[in-house]
Design a protein around this ligand. Structure first.
Ligand SMILES: *Cc1c(COP(=O)(O)O)cnc(C)c1O
Length: 371
């Protein structure tokens, strides 16, 4: 449940999202469409609001991970095409019809199972499928060209289905070394030559591919992390579009107290003050996605870095302040304050992970406000 009667909140910039999408549109080849990837609650940014902002910015459709994410968008009134990027159990084919969704055809086995469900469908609306070719990620998709071509022939002859797209996904487009990427691309290009016809959508690129690899045969990009102003490579490759981080996370000091030298702070008494210190309590904790492992990381108060001291609790944490502050003083956990700024990437590096994961961690308890 969202906790709105608490000063902890995420502020999401509609302007940043819009400008990130528009920069991508200018960057990609003429005639290439953008599908905004808004799976996992738009990488923590809020699926429905981000979908509306992205639709206004001119995207052609959306990519999601699950049937439920797709249904959420339809129920919120989103009418643009929605592609579920991975396999949906064939028993839910009727939902693809009911909500006018596209899904991914990943294997011969899936295709064969799907046959037994089409007989029970009530509508004549063809079910739109994108064939996924596994060119070397080894997650989902056809690895065998002959098998994929056989299914495509059957798909073309099945009135219950419509062959709407074909795609692949690169495992290393966000890395400096492009050798595996080139192998994958060659495999896809080779397969592409053998297609009996070209379907409506051909899409190879995620954000990283569209930013840093030349790609000639696609007509749509699956633009995810870039929407949110985050660099898919972390810091490995410079991002030249000038994307703007869309999310800020802030809270307020709920109590500030002076502790004597040698005071213990928090569960486990893992921090001992070296001198008399000002300690501020902030109402955010690991249940908000502000992980326990962030002990020792810093947040901003009045433009100054303040270390998180003691263990992060489930709902609160303590920071060491350079001075006394009033209850209600703003704390910036992600975003700019004064001359300083904390980036999601800084958290990712501290936690030994990627910016994607940090964005997804911010839990439902934190209300999202759109500015
Ligand atoms: C998540 C996802 C994307 C988006 O990737 P970004 O790196 O966020 O741009 C694209 N394609 C597929 C298949 C995905 O699962």
């Amino acid at each position: 449940m969202e906790s709105i009667h608490r000063p902890t909140r995420a502020i999401i910039s509609a302007g940043a999202i819009k400008s990130n999408i528009q920069k991508e549109m200018v960057h990609i080849p003429e005639g290439t469409e953008v599908f905004a990837v808004i799976k996992a609650n738009a990488y923590g940014h809020g699926a429905v609001p981000v979908a509306n902002i992205a639709a206004n910015a001119g995207v052609s459709g959306f990519g999601v991970a699950t049937m439920d994410e797709a249904i959420e968008l339809r129920e919120a009134g989103i009418t643009l095409p929605i592609l579920i990027l991975s396999s949906v159990s064939p028993q839910y084919l009727h939902l693809l019809q009911e909500y006018n969704l596209s899904s991914t055809l990943i294997s011969l086995e899936w295709w064969q199972k799907a046959q037994s469900y089409v007989q029970n469908l009530h509508s004549n609306q063809p079910i739109k499928l994108h064939i996924k070719i596994d060119t070397g990620m080894n997650r989902v998709g056809f690895s065998d060209e002959e098998e994929a071509l056989k299914v495509i022939r059957e798909l073309e002859n099945s009135p219950a289905f419509e062959w709407e797209g074909i795609f692949t996904h690169f495992a290393t487009a966000d890395e400096v070394d492009d050798s595996h990427y080139k192998d994958q691309l060659a495999k896809f290009e080779n397969f592409y030559e053998k297609l009996p016809r070209i379907p409506r959508y051909v899409h190879l690129s995620n954000t990283a591919t569209s930013l840093w690899r030349e790609e000639k045969i696609g007509n749509m990009v699956r633009f995810g992390i870039g929407i949110y102003g985050l660099n898919p490579s972390g810091k490995a490759i410079q991002e030249e579009l000038g994307l703007t981080p869309a999310l800020q996370l802030e809270s307020r000091i709920i109590q500030c107290k002076k502790v004597a030298k040698d005071s213990k702070i928090g569960y486990g008494a893992t921090y001992t003050s070296e001198q008399a210190e000002w300690i501020g309590t902030v109402p955010i904790g690991y249940a908000d996605g502000w992980l326990r492992a962030l002990q020792g990381f810093s947040v901003l108060v009045k433009g100054q870095r303040c270390e998180i001291v003691g263990r992060v609790c489930m709902d609160q944490m303590m920071i060491r302040l350079p001075f006394a502050v009033a209850e209600g003083t703003k704390v910036t956990l992600i975003g700019p304050d004064g001359d300083d700024e904390i980036f999601i990437q800084d958290l990712a590096e501290y936690l030994g992970t990627v910016n994607y994961e940090v964005a997804c961690l911010i839990s439902e308890r934190v209300p999202r406000f759109y500015a």
